[in-house]
Design a protein around this ligand. Structure first.
Ligand SMILES: [Fe+2]
Ligand SMILES: [Fe+2]
Length: 192
């Protein structure tokens, strides 16, 4: 491994090896973009946060029943540092793993993972089909419609915000800002 830690290229290579479907790849890119944005905002290691975002659901397409456990195995075999593996595991806390998010990086991943799905779904029902001109209040409106993007667990996002000590509104704002940076790849640029 170059410089003893995995870089973006290596993460992308793994992501594409284990995922063929466009949906999961876009989800990985969305989470990466938001992790990068949040790292930059805090003066943290953008590359590390981004790489962890890219691989967090690595095993989901092929091993949905062993989600998180299989990624742990794959990353360990590839010689990834424990810090990265722990962070990936912690996003499944309470559902798939017992690894509680502790670092700021882990808490952010836990908090924004599901939220990227709500932001993407909200963008697609807007006239512009874009995140570029999206406001926090558009997402908040959809947040309250329980049938909308029903798979997005609002409770997990609330718990994540609470762990971080931020409001859900701030988390939504950061998620929109992060996803704007990757809007093209995410197909969420719309006509803007
Ligand atoms: Fe996951
Ligand atoms: Fe995810």
């Amino acid at each position: 491994m170059a410089e003893g830690r995995p870089g973006r290229e290596e993460a992308m290579e793994l992501l594409k090896r284990y995922n063929k479907g466009e949906g999961l790849i876009k989800h990985a890119l969305a989470v990466e973009a938001v992790m990068r944005h949040c790292a930059r905002k805090r003066g943290e290691d953008e590359e590390k946060w981004g790489v962890i975002g890219l691989v967090h659901d690595l095993d989901y397409e092929q091993y949905p029943e062993q989600h998180c456990q299989k990624t742990e195995e794959i990353l360990r075999e590839a010689g990834w540092p424990e810090e990265y593996i722990r962070a990936v595991m912690s996003h499944g806390w309470g559902l798939r793993t017992e690894v509680r998010p502790e670092s700021e990086m882990e808490k952010v991943l836990y908090a924004i993972d599901e939220l990227t799905g709500l932001v993407a779904a909200t963008a697609l029902v807007r006239p512009s089909k874009s995140v570029m001109d999206m406001k926090v209040k558009s997402v908040k409106k959809k947040w309250k419609e329980k049938a909308f993007a029903a798979g997005v667990d609002r409770g997990v996002i609330e718990k994540g915000a609470e762990m971080l000590g931020v409001s859900v509104e701030e988390l939504i704002e950061d998620t929109i800002m992060g996803m704007r940076e990757a809007a093209d790849e995410l197909g969420l640029k719309g006509g803007i």
